[in-house]
Design a protein around this ligand. Sequence first.
Ligand SMILES: [Zn+2]
Length: 335
Amino acid sequence: MMQDTSDDSTTERNDDTEICEFCTLPIPKNSTNETDSNYCCSVCEEHAETEGELVPLKKSEYINTGIDAIDSSLPQGFPRDSLIFISSEPGTRGKSVIVEGAWRRLEKGEKVLLLACSDPPKMLLKQFIALEWNVFPYLENGDLKIIDCYSEGDTSQDLDSSSNAWNSHIDKCISSNKSVVSDPGQASQLKRKIDATLEYTKSNESISIFIDSITVMGSKMRDVTAYKFLKTMRSEYCKNRGFTIFANANYSGSGEEFPHEMEHIFDGIIDLSLNPQIIPGILIKEVRIRKIRAAMSVRDAKNFEIIEEDGMKLIKTENKREDSIENEDAKLKMD
Ligand SMILES: [Zn+2]
């Protein structure tokens, strides 16, 4: 289980430890470098003359997703400056990770940018509303911004916009917080839109970007362009500015669709799949952390369901996955 990370034996420094005046790191005792004793190496000594001082490297802040079914497998949380990939099998509702993840950040008072690629922004917002998560105040105060990568400027695709009072209300609420990318296949155009949308944010603000979905994004750009685009997003927004990016992808199992063979660029990978073996005849949804950089994780698959107003919640099944294959009588635990 979770360890106390402030272990005295590793963090306490003896009084006689020398600290490099430039990089501020402890100078190893067996260092044999022929430098001024105030510096750890000649490069630090040189740079101290030309650059003055080096601001200490910021340690990663750890956050939770706020989604119970996922956080239960991440006891320490994960570094905020991460690009997290959600690989979802059809039927597991991977989009709900995007919707709930965004909602949990808004609830914490943080800013959220949604890239709507596979549905019009209005449809994405309806998923929040269906769960009774009221995004209207966040649209008004600007905490929630949306980039429409779906309609390509063609509003005739919103066929029912005038037929339904809810649709026109949502349209009105998002009108000042939505920008449209006319050609989402152009990575440079999308990048400019994102930069412009994020321009108003202050340098110390925590922002999370949610992409639904990178499969669709990859199909609009060439795969290699989409790959470079995600790499740029990770280095500029996650690593340089400390933002979190969640990217959802629909995994059909063919292995051909974007993003394939690029797991190395993700800091974390969350798999959503269906397991037909727990209860015969019922496809139980499973969530599993496949990879997470610089954090502890429970790698077991856990069963979940999406509950109205509550989001993704773990469910208990009577039998564990390992023995359920033999046991045909496994049942959902119900009282
Ligand atoms: Zn140094």
